[in-house]
Design a protein around this ligand. Structure first.
Ligand SMILES: Cc1cc2nc3c(=O)[nH]c(=O)nc-3n(C[C@H](O)[C@H](O)[C@H](O)COP(=O)(O)OP(=O)(O)OC[C@H]3O[C@@H](n4cnc5c(N)ncnc54)[C@H](O)[C@@H]3O)c2cc1C
Length: 473
């Protein structure tokens, strides 16, 4: 360790206590990683990257003192929640200090359909507190038990609940975020309503989220259902019709192509071999009617389990969204994935991808509300907008060139891809307001210390060697 880093370590120990400063071993390696290993491309690029130190402040005041010390030392600073991100968002590219925000986990209030919580609060804990007060989170990732509200905001996009409420960025889902700047004297900035989206999905490059206010939905008692059919098109027609029908109150609509269901080992006894499956979270009061409607269309219900309140496992959500890829990887480590949004002609797009890449792609579909109509009294439906068939298809990985070819063909036939095989935020998703995000970064991080290298279009990265100018020797 260099002299300046050793003195920063001493300063951080004095601020937080030695036990909250990690400077080596498996603990530091763990805090330098996330779930980037889903991607063979990111594995090649990020394996072995390590922070110099990791710290765990326990309050906003401690965070401010830590940020001040790191700012003065001029080191890279990487915010971290639960570390469940998939794109190496938490991985330090140039060493430096990981700041683990998991101890900033106070839930201040659940009031009037809004939760106000510190950024390190776990979504699973918030969901329990919200339900006790008659509410539930509008959308949560399938990692909801463990992941933090700040990490979801800065690294995620949507998930369970999005079939009704869209992604984090939809409508009025976010009320405000409070961001701490990275300066000699760190300040707090409160960004409200749609203005808060400047800090959304920016991988910790635009300040430390210290507090988040999210709007909630009235709570519903759910039933977990699994439907099954050997006929892909029959199941797809039924599932798509169900997703688009606002008469059904639902939190999850997911369909898997066989053999994906065979990867879900704990469900082996319940799922039928060689059949495709649809996983649903529906209002318990409607479960009977849903099962009857499916049966009338020739689709069988093979699993039915109420979701307890407060929620207790087993959760069928543990097989959906990007958990599906995890189950697949356990069976076949050569599998990887894409994140896709299909068009209204999604049936033709599936057929075209199967034709162009036979045996290389398996469809895992997730339905999301694209345009949401928010109703008085805190309900929502998609009647005013449209339903998007998205998904996280599995890909049998051959080479990086072949993966790029699949992504290129998707583009050609109108399938939108949020590329999960890059750690640079602009290459991974759509950021129509990237200029606003860059402007926020310039304001909160004038020295370019926050998660350097992740916002590719930000011109100032002090840790990247300046290329020699033309003609220089
Ligand atoms: C099995 C699996 C399933 C998943 N399913 C989904 C899904 O359904 N939907 C979805 O959107 N995502 C999903 N993800 C990705 C991820 O789990 C979620 O986005 C999750 O909410 C991230 O939260 P986290 O606390 O783990 O964040 P982290 O991974 O710790 O951080 C994510 C990013 O946010 C930054 N960050 C974290 N906290 C702060 C803060 N307080 N201030 C500033 N920056 C911060 C980090 O620097 C990093 O860039 C999945 C991942 C896995 C492994």
């Amino acid at each position: 360790m260099t002299e300046p880093l050793a003195s920063l370590r001493a300063e951080l120990r004095a601020l937080l206590g030695a036990e909250q400063v990690i400077d080596g071993g498996d603990a530091l390696a763990g805090l330098s990683k996330d779930f980037f290993w889903y991607s063979p491309v990111l594995r090649r690029q990020l394996d072995g990257k390590l922070a110099d130190l990791a710290v765990r402040p326990g309050s906003v005041a401690e965070l401010r003192a830590v940020v001040r010390a790191c700012f003065r030392a001029g080191v890279p600073i990487i915010p971290r929640g639960a570390g469940t991100g998939n794109y190496g968002q938490c991985v330090p590219l140039y060493g430096g200090v990981v700041i683990d925000l998991a101890r900033l986990d106070r839930i201040h209030s659940v009031d009037g359909g809004v939760v106000r919580a510190e950024a390190g609060a776990r979504l699973g804990t918030i969901e329990g507190v919200a339900r006790a007060a008659g509410w539930e989170l509008r959308c949560i990732p399938s990692t909801w038990v463990k992941s933090t509200i700040g990490g979801f905001y800065c690294g995620g996009s949507g998930g369970i609940g999005s079939v009704t409420w869209g992604g984090i960025n939809a409508g009025d889902n976010v009320k405000s975020v409070t961001v701490m700047t990275c300066e000699e004297e760190p300040r707090l900035l409160r960004l409200e309503e749609r203005d808060s989206l400047r800090a959304l999905h920016t991988y910790g490059t635009t300040g430390f989220l210290v507090e988040v206010e999210m709007r909630l939905a009235p709570k519903v008692d759910y039933e977990q259902l699994i439907l099954s059919s050997p006929d892909w098109d029959r199941l797809l027609d039924w599932t798509d019709g169900f997703a688009r029908d606002d008469a059904w109150q639902k939190r999850l609509v997911t369909q898997f192509e066989w053999p994906i269901p065979s990867y879900f080992k704990p469900l082996a006894k319940r799922l039928r071999p060689n059949e495709h499956a649809t996983f649903l979270l529906v209002a318990r009061a409607q479960a009977e009617a849903v099962i009857a409607a499916a049966a009338a269309a020739g689709v069988a219900c093979v699993y039915r389990q109420p979701l307890p309140d407060p929620p207790r496992p087993p959760f069928i959500t543990d097989y959906t969204w990007n958990h599906t890829t995890l189950w697949a990887l356990k069976v076949d480590p050569t599998i990887t994935y894409l994140q896709s949004g299909f068009g209204p002609n999604f049936r033709e797009q599936f057929a075209e991808l199967h034709r162009r890449f036979p045996g290389e792609i398996l469809f895992h579909l997730e339905w999301m509300a694209g345009g949401i109509k928010f109703l008085p009294g805190g309900a929502a439906n998609s009647a005013g907008g449209h339903m998007v068939v998205g998904g996280i298809p599995l890909v049998f990985f051959k080479t990086e060139e072949r993966l790029a070819e699949i992504i290129r063909v998707c583009g050609e036939i109108g399938v939108g891809i949020a590329n999960p095989h890059t750690y640079r935020l602009e290459e991974g998703g759509r950021h129509p307001n990237i200029a606003d995000k860059r402007a926020l970064k310039a304001e909160v991080d004038p020295s370019g210390l926050l998660n350097p290298g992740k916002m590719k279009s930000y011109p100032h990265n002090p840790f990247e060697p300046v290329p020699p100018t033309a003609g220089a020797r």
